[in-house]
Each structure stands twice: as C-alpha cells, then as structure tokens.
Write a protein that binds this ligand. Structure first.
Ligand SMILES: [Zn+2]
Ligand SMILES: [Zn+2]
Length: 159
C-alpha cells in the first residue's frame, strides 16, 4: 500500500451532523426540492463523509436504504448542485466527486489528471491570509474559496 493511503482524517467528523442534515433538508425544500427519503439519504451520506464521494460511492452506499438507482441519485446530485447545496469537483463526469457546501468549512484538493482521484490537501490552507486581504480591499463579505491542484498521482506516475 502506498504512502498516501494513510493520511490522517483529523477533523473529518463534523460536529452535530444531525443538525447539519436538518438544515440541508430545509434548504433543499426551500429551493423547491421534494423531501424524499432518497434526498435525506444522499445528504446524510455526504454530511457524514470524510472525503468527497463519487456517484458510485453514493449510489452503492449502505446508508442509501431507499433502493434509489444510480440514475435517480445522479439526478438528485445535479439538483443539489444547481441549488448550491453541494459542489462538484474533479475533471469530468466520469471522475466527478461531490461534497457538501457548508458554512465556515472549506477544503483544498489535489486531483490526479490521469485517474481522476481526489484527495483533501493535508496542510493548513495556504491562502487564508490572502482571502482576508481580498475581503478587506474589495469590500466583499462572506468570501470563500476552494483550491484544486492538478497533477499526476504517485500511482499513475509509476505506470
Ligand atoms: Zn492517478
Ligand atoms: Zn483553502
């Protein structure tokens, strides 16, 4: 097993996931989505995840207890993305990952150009100070960012 498989997940367990889920379901409903079991399941899976998840991760997840098929989950993800509850990361459809957009929370990512796999950057955010400076000079409130670094992962570099 190569080195990058055991990076730590410090802080990956979100405090009060049930509250986050409630808020997310409310937000989805307020933006016109029907409250279904599948909607609740998908949001819950994303809120409890340590990493961004692929469509397959979600559609085959043990907590998806509705029997919703992959196409249904995909449509749901698109609707959540359009409503800015979740964000799509990655290069293209085949290697797309989904992650919650949550207030006060952001991650920066490393993405492999070849296999499409994605990892959270395991370092302190490199542009926090820059963000503050931009907020100050632009007058923008609630500024946020998410960085995506692209390259070749160690596994792909070996082949
Ligand atoms: Zn790769
Ligand atoms: Zn950052």
């Amino acid at each position: 097993m190569s080195k990058h498989h055991h990076h730590h997940h410090a802080g990956c367990v979100r405090p009060e996931p049930e509250k986050l889920l409630q808020d997310a379901v409310e937000q989805a409903r307020a933006s016109g989505l029907r409250r279904t079991k599948a909607l609740e399941n998908v949001l819950s899976i994303l809120i409890h995840a340590c990493q961004p998840l692929t469509l397959a991760d979600i559609a085959e997840h043990k907590d998806l207890d509705t029997g919703a098929d992959k196409a249904t989950v995909y449509r749901l993800l698109m609707k959540l993305e359009q409503r800015s509850l979740i964000r799509r990361l990655g290069l293209h459809d085949r290697a797309a990952y989904y992650t919650m957009i949550l207030p006060g929370e952001h991650s920066d990512y490393l993405i492999c150009n070849e296999c499409g796999r994605i990892e959270k950057l395991d370092i302190a955010c490199p542009v926090q100070a820059l963000e503050k400076q931009i907020a100050k000079s632009s007058g923008f409130k609630k500024l946020y960012h998410e960085l995506e670094f692209f390259g070749q992962c160690p596994d792909c570099a070996q082949n």
